[in-house]
Design a protein around this ligand. Sequence first.
Ligand SMILES: [Zn+2]
Length: 241
Amino acid sequence: MSGTIHPHIWQPASLLQLAHVRAGLTTRGFGNMAPYVGDVEEATQNRVQLAGILGCSAEAVVWATQVHGTDIAEADRRSTGCLGTFDAIVTREPGCLLLCYTADCVPIWLVSSRRPLGAVVHAGWRGSAALVVRAAVEQLIKLGAEPTELHAVVGPAIQGSCYEVGRETAERFPEAVVDADGGGYRVDLPLFNRMQLQEAGIPKRHIETSRLCTHCHQGFSSYRREKEAAQRMAAFLLFGS
Ligand SMILES: [Zn+2]
């Protein structure tokens, strides 16, 4: 399993080398993936199409109602559809197609290099401040992972000068990830999530951080750019057997 699988899917380079993993982010051209935005039937068809591209059944697709919290679902081969209200989904079985929906929020993939064990995580500013990705790593460790076998990808998200926030939001973050030069506050959410991954024990060389900004790059969906019309992309993770 390597190379680009579809022109409208972004794939993190560092996971392409792991033969048992399929991971990526559907981009704007793939169409809306979330059932709570736009045409429900169209989103369903887009998820079915993604499952087909990845060689699994539509019933294997699982996702959650994301609420910017830290609760974590576990999916297994009997899981299907919406699992409930969660912002991270872990699995320790091959064949579950995990989805997490984003449009500016940070998608994060956590993958064991040794076995079918991993997670997708949704981290906007609230989830990032609440340390959701750290909670997801700790859950994988509880399920038997060594931190050193984990690989992580912090995916495309709004960042840099595009991500200006109010002072009250900025104050929830350590100074190291806040830029207050020249007025206003900018929070580096990808960096803050990367710091959490390192603090949880994942080796630096196992962490890929995308510097693609969803707001700058029209190929991605952006809530700040497109407002209510913004589609949701899907960060997906599937383990092969
Ligand atoms: Zn930008």
